[in-house]
Write a protein that binds this ligand. Structure first.
Ligand SMILES: [Fe+2]
Length: 283
């Protein structure tokens, strides 16, 4: 059997699959995987290394550590999937990767509330408006936000079992939202596992451009999953998961300690502020 005959035979083995989409995806997977092996003339040792890599990725994965998401992220597969599915039409806000640290059921906060919940970092006042493509306010949109602390760690990476640095709130009648978060700081994706070794081998950094995650949902609109990035930060040009889009880079204005805050909160420290207006796509 020639190489091509083998490929054809494996592709054909999925011909009788009952689900059309399953057949299409699996046959494409086989064609591309075979093309990869042929193109690289993959050796036995390399095949073994690949199996060991995937095995290690499985072993290190837990409920709170998702090595396969990291792998997809650093290979740009996550961002390519975003590009295919969320092309950013109608001047709607652009999407980026979900990442591995989203948690369901983060607490609800009132307008102007603080998402920190004990997470350390410099306070940051974040406000904006959620509208449809025509500029009409989307009232009652659920705005979910989450971020790392200033040590670059998400709450779920600690063993405390407490949620911090994440919350949700709902837009008001004018589509507005506002809350206290933390000024985002750069952090490395977890790099003590196989994906970290892969990056090291490639001479690549595990650092992510500093960001604040958003997920915005409202009836009749497509769910938006995105981040905002800190303008001027050097990592914005070299994000390890290729997640940065120009439109999502926001200035975080610095205010010295003692500068009055928008809601009268008394702060002993410096703080920042930023705005992020969001345009949702209709379903
Ligand atoms: Fe993140």
């Amino acid at each position: 059997m020639t190489e091509q005959e083998l490929t054809d035979k494996v592709v054909a083995s999925f011909d009788s699959a009952k689900d059309d989409r399953f057949r299409e995806v699996m046959q494409a997977l086989v064609r591309h995987a075979h093309a990869f092996v042929r193109e690289t003339r993959l050796t036995d040792d390399e095949w073994t290394a690949a199996i060991e890599f995937l095995t290690a990725a499985g072993h290190i994965t837990t409920d709170t550590r998702q090595e396969f998401v990291l792998l997809s992220d650093v290979l740009g597969v996550s961002m390519l999937t975003v590009a295919v599915n969320e092309p950013g039409l109608d001047d709607s806000t652009e999407s980026t990767v979900l990442g591995p640290f989203f948690v369901q059921d983060a607490p609800e906060i009132a307008h102007g509330g603080d998402i920190a919940g004990g997470a350390s970092g410099e306070p940051s006042w974040v406000s904006g408006r959620v509208t449809d493509p025509g500029g009409n306010p989307v009232a009652g949109a659920r705005v979910e936000v989450w971020e790392a602390d200033d040590d670059g760690m998400y709450d779920v990476q600690y063993d405390r079992g407490e949620l911090a640095g994440r919350a949700h709130l709902f837009t008001d009648a004018e589509g507005r939202y506002r809350f206290w978060g933390l000024t985002p700081t750069p952090y490395p994706i977890p790099d003590d596992g196989p994906v970290g070794r892969l990056l090291d081998h490639a001479g690549r950094s595990p650092m992510r451009a500093p960001h604040l995650h958003f997920m915005v949902t409202a009836p009749g609109f497509r769910r938006l999953i995105t981040h905002i990035f800190v303008a001027g930060d050097p990592w914005v040009d070299n994000d390890s998961v290729f997640g940065v889009k120009e439109s999502l880079i926001r200035p975080f204005d610095r205010h010295e300690a003692g500068t009055p805050t928008p809601d009268g909160r008394q702060l002993q420290t410096a703080w920042t502020s930023t705005t992020f207006d969001i345009v949702l796509r209709k379903e």
